[in-house]
Write a protein that binds this ligand. Structure first.
Ligand code: B16
Ligand code: MG
Length: 227
């Protein structure tokens, strides 16, 4: 049986890290270890600026903060070593690590015939989704392996809408990072920011986390419906 559907919302695109699962601190721990080799102490504020940014672009940013010059070879080598550390931490992930509210919301969307996609900058997205046993719930997965430009470029979200066969104006993006909100707005989509209200101030709707994320909440987006 279909639940009440909102005609303005045909698809929801989820960011992965920080929205579906809290892997952001795994990224932080791994980058911090690498940055310390350059005698640079990566701060929480620095890490906020890396959210949603591709692995390679992250190395470039950290190198510039540490004021070190890196060759293309070194850049790749550092990115690979960071990924080994990150994957080692992700190995222990289980469905218990899905953030509160996310499974319920995905089930509600499926029951209401709203399409569900992933739009992540991560090249490890499928590995993580498999660990969480969530892969089969996503109609479409677009990740760091399928895009050329990382957030705040809208490519990842535009591609997800295209693969779902949906009008971007009828898609809602759920994000935890300012770069992701910017990307979604450039894609012409409605946005829900999960986390810090000040950092995510450009989102149409801001919630502290996904615990109260429901289709009823998304009805608040009707006032912004894009024509
Ligand atoms: P990987 P999201 C992003 O994922 C992370 O926020 C960001 O910190 C990370 O550097 C990026 O993925 C690339 O990840 O190294 O696994 O390819 O938030 O867009 O889901
Ligand atoms: Mg994120």
């Amino acid at each position: 049986m279909l639940l009440d559907t909102n005609p303005n919302i045909n698809g929801v695109i989820f960011d992965l890290d920080g929205v579906v699962v809290d892997t952001a601190h795994f990224h932080y721990t791994s980058w911090k270890a690498l940055a310390s080799e350059w005698k640079y102490t990566l701060t929480h504020e620095d890490n906020e600026k890396l959210k949603g940014i591709s692995r390679k672009d992250s190395v470039v940013k950290i190198a510039s903060w540490a004021k070190v010059k890196v060759s293309e070879n070194e850049l790749n080598e550092v990115a690979n070593r960071k990924n080994e550390k990150y994957l080692a931490l992700c190995t222990a992930l289980t469905p218990n690590d899905i953030l509160p509210g996310i499974s319920e919301f995905i089930h509600e969307l499926k029951a209401s015939n709203v399409k569900v996609a992933l739009g992540s900058a991560s090249k490890n997205a499928l590995f993580v989704l498999n660990k969480l046993k969530l892969t089969d719930f996503f109609d479409v997965v677009v990740d760091g392996n399928n895009v050329t430009n990382s957030k705040p470029d809208p490519e990842v979200f535009i591609k997800a809408a295209k693969l779902m066969n949906l009008d971007p104006k009828k898609c809602v993006v759920v994000e935890d990072a300012p770069a992701g909100i910017e990307a979604a707005l450039s894609a012409g989509m409605l946005t829900v920011g999960l986390g810090n209200a000040e950092e995510l101030r450009n989102a149409h709707l801001i919630l502290p986390n996904a615990e109260n994320l429901t289709l009823e909440q998304l009805n608040k987006l009707n006032q912004y419906h894009l024509t």
